[in-house]
Design a protein around this ligand. Structure first.
Ligand SMILES: *Cc1c(COP(=O)(O)O)cnc(C)c1O
Length: 456
């Protein structure tokens, strides 16, 4: 097989500002060893997130110019609406400024004290919006999804036996929704199989519980189904996507992921009375129902991106880039989550830096080392992000100490990715010299964004 090439030519470029290890040393300590406090101009390869960081196409930029900014009834909205109706088969489409705004509206209506919302794994903003409503979020990930180093084709699946037991235990009347996250972002970008979605649908129907999809990476998930699930090899991506949405009563989406947009999101559904309640809330929080927190140009860019993302050559390149980096790291003995997910590579920093205990934040130490060595920005998903303190002020570590390298869509080429692999492998070779960290300042909530640290 020949090299899989990037399925685009580059018409407009952004410079990378090079700096030296010495300069980065000063930048890193000046940013208190927190990548969120580093200015993006001081970063060579930015793998902090794949959210809102995609490169838009020339067609999307053309759409931006054609965006109609009328307050009500803009043709840009009707294009957005029709595109989403065609892709999902859902007739009622509500635009929001981001995914979390769609979640806030949905869970304000269906959440509340004493209720449970079930998922494979809830994304942080989804969980936060559920909990803010007073309801409880419940993750029922399948057994194979719990072990980072053991490969399996669909590690994002819901444990359907646990789902049925949970419903019987808590009572269907207390469960207003089951929401499947595709791909499973917080669980390493692992896909969910069509069979699992179908099975969850069957259970939800039996107990009369609505089922939604958190559709942020619907196209990446569909491509995994095509590659890995029996019976889908000869189906087109739009066909697979249409089947996948056909099992759901509705969906939430962040257009900052699989719509290549820099901002945006939406809610889509079948239920007229629920949509009416959502639109009533939309008007007081986001905006009028034909723009909902977005400009007409954003609606255009999203409509175009949603179609572009289902191109099979794009998806092949996308999934292959992540796998390519993962495989290079595996070959060099670097401990990573397996198999590769859709949008990111996850390094197991507990295994990478066994000499640094969790209370010295091995993930954050590795994030710093990758920046120092090669100007790569990544993010810790471990005890800095999820650690809590017990009554005596002792750190209760997170279950895993991961470092996530999220790959922005259509932004970096194979040589950038080769460079990333080289830097990680170099850092791995001198891992014994990496030192742990200590927190000097932290806020009460979401501390990873603003905490200050120093080297031990
Ligand atoms: C990003 C994301 C969200 C939230 O979307 P925002 O646009 O960042 O508000 C929700 N769910 C998943 C799975 C995500 O990846």
């Amino acid at each position: 097989m020949k090299t899989i090439i990037e399925p685009f030519r580059i018409k407009s470029v952004e410079p990378i500002y090079f700096n030296t290890v010495e300069e980065r040393k000063a930048i890193l300590s000046g940013a208190f060893y927190n990548p969120f406090l580093i200015h993006s101009k001081d970063v060579l390869i930015d793998l902090l997130t794949d959210s809102g960081t995609s490169a838009m196409s020339s067609n999307q930029w053309a759409g931006i110019m054609q965006g109609d900014e009328s307050y009500a009834g803009s043709p840009s909205f009707f294009r957005f609406e029709k595109t989403i109706q065609d892709i999902t088969g859902m007739p009622l489409v509500i635009p929001t400024h981001q995914g979390r705004a769609a979640e806030k509206i949905l869970f304000s209506i269906i959440g509340g004290k004493g209720k449970y919302i079930i998922s494979n794994t809830l994304f942080d903003t989804t969980r936060a919006n559920i909990e803010f409503s007073g309801a409880e979020g419940v993750d029922l990930i399948c057994e194979e999804g719990k072990y980072p180093s053991i490969p399996a084709p669909f590690k994002g699946n819901i444990d359907t036996e646990a789902l049925e037991n949970f419903i019987k235990d808590k009572g269907a009347e207390n469960i207003p929704l089951c929401i499947i996250t595709i791909t499973n972002n917080s669980g390493g970008g692992q896909p969910v199989s069509m069979q699992n979605i179908r099975e969850v649908r069957r259970i939800c129907t039996a107990y009369n519980i609505p089922m939604f999809i958190d559709a942020c990476r619907f196209a990446e998930n569909a491509y995994f189904i095509k590659l890995r699930e029996e019976g889908y090899a000869n189906k087109s991506i739009p066909e697979i996507v249409r089947e996948l949405f056909s099992y759901a009563d509705g969906c939430t989406m962040s257009a900052k992921k699989d719509a290549f947009a820099n901002i945006g999101g939406f809610l889509a559904m079948h239920d007229e009375s629920l949509a009416l309640k959502c639109r009533n809330l939309l008007v007081i929080t986001e905006g009028f129902p034909t723009y909902g927190g977005l400009a007409g140009r954003d609606l255009e860019a999203i409509a175009i991106g949603l179609v572009e993302v289902m191109d099979e050559y794009y998806l092949q390149y996308r999934i292959r880039s992540t796998e390519y980096l993962t495989n290079k790291l595996i070959a060099a003995g670097v401990p990573v989550m397996q198999p590769a997910g859709g949008h990111a590579v996850y390094i197991d920093s507990k295994a990478f830096l066994p000499h640094i205990p969790p209370h010295q934040y091995p993930g954050q130490a590795l994030v710093g080392a990758l920046y120092l060595e090669g100007g790569i920005r990544s993010v810790e998903i471990g005890s800095l992000m999820f650690g809590k303190y017990d009554a005596d002020g002792i750190l209760v570590p997170a279950q895993m100490e991961l470092v996530r390298l999220a790959i922005p869509r259509r932004v970096y080429t194979q040589s950038h990715i080769d460079y990333v692999a080289e830097v990680i492998i170099e850092v791995f070779e001198k891992r014994n010299t990496i030192k742990g960290l200590r927190i000097t300042e932290e806020p009460a909530m979401l501390r990873h964004f603003t905490a200050k640290l120093e080297q031990l």
